[in-house]
Write a new protein. Structure first.
Length: 622
């Protein structure tokens, strides 16, 4: 029992000694942490982070990280792996493990919350009084401003190196008191050593870019650089007596010592006299060229090899309805009519490939209002001085009127030939509508005639090559009958004049507006078919495209209407003759032989039935 009591006493003594040592180690660690906290508190661009062997943050102190939104409660007591995003976690944990192995390391770190901020992280192990590693410390220092300052120093050094490299240009330098220490006398002549900055403009006869306006001392680039400004490409004229007038492009910077104090200034000047003369001649030539180009009615253009406009004269705006500034950069393909884009691409492909030097193409295009017009393009491949293709240049001529003239002539000839060869009126009318639609690019044509029994206009014939998609418009026509003066067709009949219509859905004269909108119809034309003062019919034309009122087309259609009216009247007269002949034949057949003989015998009796004595002048019977 005594032995057991001795062993127990020794154990208690050992436990007490271990407890005192443990408290000592913890006190040492706590003391170190307190020192780090005090140190970090006095460094605004530093934060100190402590972590234990379980890679868990135990302390955040200092302003560097809180300034970026980090809070203690988000960090202290949490595993590093839970605080740092997964994409950046391994990068940081590697250095933490190095510290826990008893080694120090340093690495640069881009902020995970602000990519513009840069930090330098120093990892060191934390040891207890016996030297055992019990954790790690990471000192985070914001080096963003320091790096920026370093870059500025490097830029300054680059500038000084550039000055040395450009000594072949005209160089002027002065010290901090404004005394000239380096002067290129080939341009500025000999220098008075006692001359100060205020004397420079008059001494060197410095003028502005126009060669006449004196330059104040405060605007001289070297003087401004002495005040700390950085000047780039300031244009000056040097007009010294007895020397050629020279134009210089001057740049100037202050010269700083290691402490950032201004110890002088240096300026370099490039002689641009010959260049300015060349530019002046080029500007004059360009002005003449531009005045000629802008006075041309046709469009003068340039595109890159991808077909995007790079130059357009003002005729473009009249041509397309789009301002020039809005056209630059757009694809030339956009304005080409959808039906002509394939042939447009095929025509220009060899030109872009360099297989041919020029192309010529006539095609349709669409204005900003959606109106279809015709253009003839003449384009050539533009090459640089080395012969490499860099774009396309050419002229676009609006040939709409010329094209329509030929189109209208062809349409009139086709109509005349058709009506001359028509066998009957039904075949002639349908064929006429077909000719008009094909030659004049209408999608659908309807013939409206007067129903004498009801005194209403009804659709008697219709034709359209592109009728697909217009079914809803034609279905809405079923059973429709309008009075003269009502609807587009009735108004054209009453006025005896063509009526153009767009926006059919809102047009009060057109009853099928909703159906027209559903079918995509955008334009219509009502044409009266007249003979003198008599209107015989009305033709309604429909188009899915925006058709602008065309007086020439209206005149053509009126002429064609006259031809059709003659055809209708001729066919009506022929029908009346045929009908009269049939009546006469029927009467002749119905007469008996005896009646016929009596009639012949009566021809010899005065005043008999066959005598002219019973007929009054003018054909009236007594």
């Amino acid at each position: 029992m005594a032995v057991a009591l001795v062993i127990l006493a020794l154990a208690l003594v050992g436990a007490g000694l271990y407890a005192r040592r443990l408290r000592g180690r913890l006190a040492a660690v706590a003391g170190a942490a307190a020192r780090y906290e005090a140190l970090a508190a006095h460094l605004p661009d530093v934060s100190v982070l402590l972590y234990d062997r379980d890679l868990r943050f135990t302390l955040l102190e200092g302003a560097a990280m809180p300034s970026q939104g980090w809070r203690r409660e988000d960090i202290e007591g949490r595993p590093i792996a839970d605080v740092i995003p997964a994409a950046r976690r391994d990068e940081l944990l590697e250095h933490c493990r190095v510290a826990l192995r008893g080694e120090s390391s340093t690495h640069d770190w881009v902020s995970v919350r602000d990519a513009a901020r840069r930090y330098r992280n120093v990892h060191v192990p934390l040891r207890d009084a016996r030297g055992a590693v019990v954790g790690g410390m990471m000192v985070v220092r914001d080096v963003t401003d320091a790096d920026a300052l370093q870059q500025a120093v490097e830029a300054q050094q680059a500038f000084l190196s550039g000055v040395l490299d450009q000594l072949t240009d005209h160089v002027v330098a002065c010290d901090a008191d404004g005394r000239l220490v380096v002067v290129d006398e080939t341009v500025l002549g000999p220098v008075d050593p006692d001359m100060g900055p205020l004397d420079w403009p008059e001494y060197f006869k410095l003028r502005g870019p126009d060669g006449r306006t004196p330059v104040p001392a405060a605007d001289v680039p070297l003087f401004r650089a002495l005040q700390g400004d950085v000047i780039t490409d300031a244009e000056l004229t040097v007009a010294l007596p007895g020397r050629p007038v020279r134009q210089l492009l001057a740049s100037a910077r202050p010269v700083l010592d290691a402490d950032g104090r201004t110890v002088g200034a240096v300026a370099t000047g490039i002689d641009v006299t010959d260049r300015r003369e060349t530019e002046s001649r080029l500007r004059a030539s360009e002005e003449r060229y531009r005045s000629v180009v802008e006075s041309v009615e046709d469009i003068v253009f340039q595109t890159d090899l991808k077909g995007r406009w790079t130059f357009l004269n003002e005729s473009w705006a009249r041509w397309s309805g789009i301002p020039v500034q809005d056209g630059i950069g757009r694809s030339a393909h956009e304005l080409v009519h959808p039906g002509d884009r394939a042939v447009h691409a095929r025509t220009f492909a060899p030109l872009v490939a360099g297989e041919v030097d020029g192309v010529r193409l006539r095609h349709r295009y669409l204005t900003a209002d959606g109106v279809t017009r015709w253009a003839e393009v003449r384009a050539t491949l533009a090459r640089d001085s080395a012969g490499r293709p860099h774009g396309i240049a050419g002229v676009i001529e609006d040939v709409t009127e010329r094209h329509r003239t030929k189109q209208y002539e062809a349409a009139e000839h086709a109509v005349v030939d058709l009506l001359a060869d028509a066998v009957d009126i039904e075949h002639g009318v349908i064929a006429l509508l077909e000719v008009l639609c094909r030659h004049l690019d209408w999608d659908l044509a309807e013939l409206w005639s007067l129903d004498p029994s009801r005194e209403l206009l009804v659709c008697t014939d219709a034709w359209g090559e592109r009728r697909e998609g217009l079914e809803v418009l034609e279905a809405a026509r079923a059973g429709e009958a309008v009075e003269i003066g009502d609807g587009l067709q009735g108004q054209a009949w009453a006025r005896r004049a063509p009526i153009w219509a767009t926006g059919l859905q809102e047009d009060p004269l057109f009853r099928r507006g909703e159906a027209a909108a559903a079918a995509g119809v955008r334009s219509a034309l009502a044409l009266p078919v007249s003979r003198g003062r008599d209107v015989l019919a009305t033709i309604l034309f429909f188009s899915r495209e925006e058709r602008e009122p065309d007086p020439a087309l209206a005149r053509l259609l009126q002429t064609i209407g006259a031809h059709l009216a003659q055809f209708l009247q001729r066919r009506r007269a022929e029908r009346e003759v045929v009908a009269l002949r049939r009546v006469v034949d029927d009467l002749h057949t119905s007469l008996t032989p005896e009646r016929a003989r009596g009639t012949l015998a009566g021809e010899h009796r005065p005043g008999g039935p066959g005598s002219l004595a019973g007929v009054r002048p003018g054909g009236e019977t007594r």
